[in-house]
Design a protein around this ligand. Structure first.
Ligand SMILES: [Zn+2]
Length: 323
């Protein structure tokens, strides 16, 4: 049947009909809020490049968790900002480190909030790379050891989910083996299986005080000109026992998200990264776009492309407009 008998606009004249036939829904339970935890007390330091986002001391992290739960956002991903860094990022393995302490306090107060923890070395190394440097580059296999110890220490502290973001080969298997040997077979691994070397991470480095001495991370993060390699990365991690795949960044990579979701029967999370957040904030500060409507459109597009959930700095500000 074609026009004039068929008129697709018939389903658009009435809001109730539009709501009935929509096939993508965005809810607060789809959102994961990133939190940057730092040393000290009563610290709430705004991140210059990410207006509305803060470095928080543990007491303020607890307040933020209460606020999140009151808005029906029940998952966070934690990033640590240690007061000291070292050449290999060993400070991340300290059982009394900033993230470990934060997890313990959160769990004491808010047992039901899901605490996902980013596992990587870049926040903890003086050079800002994601692993141990040998011969002028990040050495894959010695970095695995650090990641394994870091993951175990975080789970010992009470982390619910481990999210390795380093892009070393073999890390899912390495971490899985360590967790299983320690009787943590119930702890899932959400791996950043597909992480592109992207300029969209710029404001995040400002947030986590990451050193910018290095040129780039192109020897371990993926080239944004590559599409099929994402399939190999996903396949490798699935074989190694990953539970959920994280794709980072999200907005310029919806094609990759769609491809992974169509090919593999595995949950996928999109990371709506700092650069995506800051561009939107800058444009809305200038009143060039309507902030709330644009955020919801962007996050819904990630769901439409296949994301089961989204890590986003916008979680709190849009929560009142979602189910
Ligand atoms: Zn890293």
């Amino acid at each position: 049947m074609s026009y004039p008998k068929t008129r697709l606009r018939r389903l658009r004249y009435n809001k109730a009909i539009r709501d009935l036939v929509d096939d993508t829904n965005l809810s607060t339970t789809d959102l994961i809020y990133p939190i940057f935890v730092c040393e000290g007390k009563n610290i709430k330091k705004e991140i210059k490049s990410m207006p509305g986002q803060y470095q928080l001391s543990i007491d303020n992290v607890l307040k933020t968790c209460d606020e999140l739960v009151s808005k029906n956002i029940n998952s966070i991903i934690l990033f640590g900002i240690p007061s000291k860094k070292d050449e290999e990022g060993l400070v991340a393995i300290d059982n009394n480190g900033i993230v470990q302490r934060a997890i313990k306090e959160i769990k004491k107060k808010n047992k039901n909030i899901l605490v996902i923890v980013d596992v990587c070395n870049c926040q903890y190394t003086t050079h800002g790379h994601c692993g141990t440097i040998k011969d002028g580059d990040v050495d894959n296999d010695s970095t695995l050891k650090n990641l394994g110890s870091q993951a175990l220490s975080l789970v010992n502290a009470g982390a619910d989910v481990i999210a390795p973001s380093d892009m070393m080969d073999g890390r899912v298997k390495y971490i899985r083996d360590i967790l299983d040997k320690s009787n943590y077979h119930k702890i899932p691994i959400f791996s950043y299986s597909i992480k592109y070397a992207s300029s969209f991470y710029g404001p995040f480095r400002n947030a986590t005080d990451i050193s910018t001495n290095f040129t780039d991370r192109k020897t371990y993060q993926m080239s944004f000109k590559s599409s099929n390699e994402a399939l190999r990365e996903a396949e490798m991690d699935i074989k190694e026992g990953v539970d959920v795949i994280i794709i980072k960044p999200a907005l310029s990579y919806l094609d990759i998200l769609y491809k992974i979701k169509s090919k593999y029967n595995i949950p996928v999370i999109a990371y709506n990264v700092s650069g995506e957040y800051s561009m939107l904030k800058a444009a809305s500060e200038k009143k060039w776009i309507k902030s709330k409507e644009t955020i919801i459109e962007i996050l819904t597009s990630m769901k439409r492309a296949g994301a089961n959930a989204i890590i986003t700095y916008h979680a709190l500000e849009v929560s009142d407009y979602l189910n």
